[in-house]
Design a protein around this ligand. Structure first.
Ligand code: ZN
Length: 75
């Protein structure tokens, strides 16, 4: 995967705190927290809307940084 190229969402899972994590085709994972008003992603709480995101392009912050650690927080 070239840096900055689009990847796609292949699935979702939840971490131990119940936050949703997108699994990406590049092999990275990305937290999709719904913590209004800072991070508003009400769609991630809805199974139907999550399903609709699978296969869609997603700009992976880790690939953009050239990072391979999914525990870091993108700036
Ligand atoms: Zn990536």
């Amino acid at each position: 995967m070239m840096p900055g190229s689009d990847t796609t969402i292949t699935g979702f899972r939840q971490d131990e705190d119940g936050h949703w994590i997108a699994e990406l085709s590049c092999g990275h994972t990305q937290h999709l927290r719904h913590q209004p008003p800072w991070q508003s992603r009400a769609w991630v709480l809805d199974a139907q809307q999550r399903h609709e995101k699978i296969g869609q392009s997603f700009r992976c912050g880790w690939c953009a940084q050239g990072a391979d650690d999914d525990n870091l927080v993108p700036h």
